[in-house]
Ligand binder design. Structure first.
Ligand code: GLU
Length: 462
């Protein structure tokens, strides 16, 4: 079977025990890409069987994260818990066929058996047709259960060392691997793409599927992500949640692109591929076998590339949404002059705030910049700007440009005092654009205040 068939069915099956982190986002993305590449279907299944740790709030957060990433699904969200009747029916079928049995042994008996036989040997229970104990799946005595993994290749698990494992507790509630296998079968899943922390679950799921008499899906186990320090990424170690990435000012498009390249792609993790290209190119069997490194610095870099390439209307809208502001002409102009400078949405506002509010004086910036030469630089700048009729960036530039030579100062010694005077900080968009965007009245006002302060306050030592 080729994977580009329209009947491909994949699923993303998060457990709502926490937020969606980059690793989960990558799994979701790969499933989504596989579905969109083939014209198949993506099912969203919420694996909420851990009743103690699963919460509605987490479900909402996961769904919001997927929506923000613009990863849509064709069926669902379906709750695994809500499928308890289907799980019970499947369990009954296995009991009826003899593929599963109630174990008469007590927990102590099992422990004693394990002590006697050692860990390498699979436990076999004591079938009790009228029993009510835990239900175990009958595992063949010999042979291997083989995972023919699209990424890992063939992985063999000897049956002799596999327990007849418990698929349902004495109270009838089914266990995780059983529920997953039944759901995959009944939802017609043809391909399971997930983190390779689940590889060890796969033989159990295959044995259940075999007992149910259904053709198993193909599996693609994606190597887990590591941090730049080489350690496995985990919720406790370096794994940002999608929500955190969003709040840090990353664009969904850049996150999609960067996350897609973690373990898959045309060679390096710096290739810009838009969503259409990702869909056109992605095939799970091309995911690499070695673990990939999530490096936020590279995401930042990529985000900067996306930010610079956005058209101004979308950029302005993204900044407005991020800052909770309305789009207007002033914001548009501000965004235009900041676009080259910011790598994340969060970096934009500090660069353009001076156009909306009085500058908050940064004492350090003031001390560093407003030295002996500042008064003459600002006085000359004020004079040159006051004479301008139209206040365009080019005109501002023409007016200010002769000043450094005239005063025998390096350009920075003239422009930095202007920058600090009008923005309060030493970092801003281009000085000519900044002055032009602020406008004549406000610029002259701010230069005047700076000059007043320079005249009254003792000048810091040069
Ligand atoms: N619910 C599992 C998880 O969140 C995924 C199970 C699967 O994909 O089979 O890790």
């Amino acid at each position: 079977m080729s994977i580009s068939e329209k009947d491909l069915r994949v699923r993303f099956a998060p457990s709502p025990t926490g937020a969606l982190h980059v690793g989960g986002a990558r799994t979701a993305l790969y499933n989504w890409l596989a579905a969109r590449h083939s014209g198949g279907k993506l099912v969203l299944r919420i694996e909420d069987t851990d009743l103690e740790r699963s919460t509605e709030a987490n479900v909402r957060q996961i769904i919001e994260a997927l929506e923000w990433l613009e990863l849509d699904w064709d069926e669902g969200p379906l709750s695994q818990v809500a499928r308890a009747p289907e799980h019970a029916a499947a369990l009954q079928r296995l009991l009826d066929s003899g593929a599963a049995y109630h174990d008469a042994a007590t927990a102590d008996d099992v422990r004693a058996w394990k002590n006697e036989h050692g860990a390498g040997k699979g436990y076999r229970g004591i079938p009790d047709p009228d029993g009510s104990g835990a239900v175990r799946l009958r595992v063949p005595a010999d042979g291997d259960t083989v995972v023919d993994d699209l990424i890992r290749g063939e992985v063999r698990f000897p049956n002799a060392s596999q327990d007849d494992f418990v698929i349902a507790r004495a109270d009838g509630s089914v266990l995780y691997n059983f529920a997953v296998a039944v759901d995959d079968a009944e939802m017609g899943i043809t391909e399971v793409i997930r983190g390779d922390d689940h590889l060890s679950n796969t033989p159990k799921q295959l044995l259940v599927l075999g007992a149910l008499g259904v053709e198993p899906p193909r599996y693609a186990h994606v190597p887990l992500l590591h941090g730049p320090d080489g350690k496995k990424l985990s919720k406790r170690h370096g794994a940002a949640s999608v929500q955190e990435l969003r709040e840090a000012g990353y664009l969904a498009s850049a996150v999609r692109n960067y996350v897609a390249l973690l373990g898959w792609g045309p060679g390096d993790d710096e290739t810009l591929l838009d969503t259409a290209e990702l869909i056109a190119r992605f095939r799970p069997e091309d995911v690499g076998r070695s673990s990939a490194v999530f490096d936020e610095k590279k995401l930042r870099w990529m985000n900067g590339r996306y930010m610079r390439e956005m058209d101004l209307d979308r950029y302005t809208e993204a900044v407005a949404t991020f800052e909770g502001r309305k789009v207007d002409e002033r914001l548009r102009v501000a965004c235009m002059i900041a676009q080259e400078k910011a790598q994340t949405l969060a970096e934009v506002w500090p660069l353009i705030r001076f156009l909306f509010e009085e500058p908050v004086e940064d004492e350090k910036a003031w001390r560093k910049t407003m030295k002996d030469h500042a008064t003459s630089a600002l006085t000359s700048a004020r004079e040159a700007l006051a004479g301008l009729e139209s206040f365009e960036a080019a005109g501002v530039e023409a007016a200010l440009e002769p000043i450094p030579e005239r005063l025998n100062l390096k350009p920075g010694k003239v422009y930095q005092p202007i920058r600090v005077a009008i923005t309060g900080t030493t970092v801003s968009p281009g000085i000519f654009e900044s002055v032009a965007a602020l406008g004549k009245v406000e610029t002259l006002d701010r230069i005047d205040s700076a000059l007043r302060r320079l005249a009254t306050a003792p000048e810091p030592a040069a």
